[in-house]
Every structure is written in structure tokens, then in C-alpha cells.
Ligand binder design. Sequence first.
Ligand SMILES: [Zn+2]
Length: 84
Amino acid sequence: MATDIRKGSGPGSWRPVRGGSSARLTCPRCGHDAEVDQAIRWDGTLVQRLACPASCGFDEYVRLLGWRELQISAIVDARLSWRV
Ligand SMILES: [Zn+2]
């Protein structure tokens, strides 16, 4: 059972970084903002439990909502650029 993290801003949200290959996440509990330091699966779930670097006690499996759609749009953009 994973905690869903929405795309956006504020506590409990994530934003794409490094051209969409990684994400920054704001802790749902304390608001600490940090880049995810582990692999993100195609469906947006993280491979390991995510422990807040600020040691607030948040330590759960999480899923980034909208991650799959971001990966799909990156593939579509790449294909469009090949036509040039
Ligand atoms: Zn935290």
C-alpha cells in the first residue's frame, strides 16, 4: 500500500527535475523538499521506502501520481523531434 503524492507544489507533492528523469518531493508531513535519491518505476512507485531526509518520521512507500503520463509525453516529444 503506497502513499499517493500529487504533482504540483506544497507539502505532499512532487515536481519533475533533470528533464523528467527524476523528481523533487515535498514531504507530506513536515514540508521538507528534496530530490528523490532512488529509482522511480514506470508507474510512479518508488523502488524502496522513502524516508524523509529531515527525519520527521515519514517513512513509507510512495507513488507519484502523473509520473506515467510524464514519461509517455516525453516519448511523444522525442518522436515528434525525429521528424524534423
Ligand atoms: Zn518530513
